[in-house]
Write a protein that binds this ligand. Sequence first.
Ligand code: SF4
Length: 202
Amino acid sequence: MSEQTPDNERTPMITPSEVLEHVYCPRFTWFMSVQNIPQHEETRFKVLKGREVHQRRATENRDYLRRKIGAVKREIEVYLASPVLRLRGIVDEVLWLNDGTMAPLDYKYTESRDAVFKTHETQIMMYAMLIREIYQQPVTRGFVAYVRNGNQLLEVPISEEKMAKVRLLIREIFDIINTGRLPSRTSSKLRCEDCCYKNICV
Ligand code: SF4
């Protein structure tokens, strides 16, 4: 990894899970990081990731997927941290492609599908930003492999516009953490129904 992005534990950094929770409802950020009230253990995204880590062992020999992508080199379960982006996380694979670019690859243990889940796309966007920042190499696409019932490999184009949206989300999160400001509720009332904060969220 580049010397320009040392992992400095004193620099506040958030994880892709925290960004996805914020997207789900900005008040999650406030309850967790301002009020310091943790979610139940069965947190949506963390548990999902936990299961994936467990099941990932079965995917370590998926060389044909990497060949399909045109990968010439890979690193597995890479911890990426950038104080510049204020982001840190572990990506399933960092790939070096035969066109001179690099790409993140993440495995998902859900059914095959035709399009990438929005949350998975956002996650890939964050890993792409981290790889670009840390390795100082171009990243034009990322990949999600849905491997529960087969090997559905989907490409995620990386765009400046989507990366700018992620940077905005990260700014919003740090703004809440730094000011303590109570953000708006989620626009979807359905989400409140099974929310662990519903009894204290006014
Ligand atoms: S109850 Fe609704 S608005 Fe409040 S934190 Fe939960 S999802 Fe967000």
